[in-house]
Ligand binder design. Structure first.
Ligand code: AMP
Length: 173
């Protein structure tokens, strides 16, 4: 829309694949003069399988610790491609990654979500059941998937694919 900037949400789990997504999202945000939301989803300790056997654990404190650690790691992520740091909003959400990414994107009326994928080639790069695959299937806005491919010691290359939403699937899929 004229006069307003687009909003890009990039989801990071601090892996090499999300590093590639971050770099691509920065380039895109710099090129399109967009605002960039850098999102990490911290797990809910109560949703972990091991909690059934955990006695005396302060789950609220644990969740706070995990969120704080994630905030520190997000703060250390620097923009690339000349993107102004003032354009970046760093956010830690809690929950199931694909659901929390989609919910956050909707809450900020995102124009695009960027996620990483493993670089297994054009067909297999979206693995069934992966966070990226679920976001692509269920998000209401376009999603850019950025595969990560190692290229020897020289670094990484990325190519991106953008999908636009199809009729909504169940968020429980
Ligand atoms: P995966 O399907 O687990 O290989 O993750 C693919 C991509 O989903 C990552 O590169 C991130 O972009 C995103 N992602 C996965 N887990 C999280 C998380 N906990 N918080 C934010 N983004 C995530």
């Amino acid at each position: 829309m004229e006069g307003t900037r687009d909003t890009i949400v990039v989801a990071v789990d601090f892996s090499d694949t999300s590093d590639a997504a971050w770099a691509a999202a920065c380039r895109l945000a710099a090129m399109t003069n967009s605002d960039l939301h850098l999102l990490h989803v911290s797990p809910d300790p109560l949703a972990q399988a091991w909690t059934a056997e955990a006695i005396g654990v302060d789950f609220a404190a644990l969740a706070r610790d995990w969120r704080e650690q994630a905030r520190v790691r997000l703060a250390a992520i620097e923009p690339v491609a000349g993107l102004d740091d003032a354009r970046i909003t760093r956010v830690v959400a809690t929950g199931v990654p694909h659901a929390a990414i989609i919910e956050y994107a909707e809450s900020v009326d995102a124009d695009l979500i960027v996620v990483g994928t493993h670089g297994y080639g054009p067909i297999k790069h979206l693995l069934l059941g992966s966070v990226a695959e679920r976001v692509v299937r269920q998000a209401a806005c376009p999603v850019m998937t950025v595969p990560h491919r190692s290229v020897g010691a020289a670094g990484v290359t990325t190519t991106a694919a953008v999908t636009t939403p199809t009729p909504r699937e169940s968020p429980n899929a």
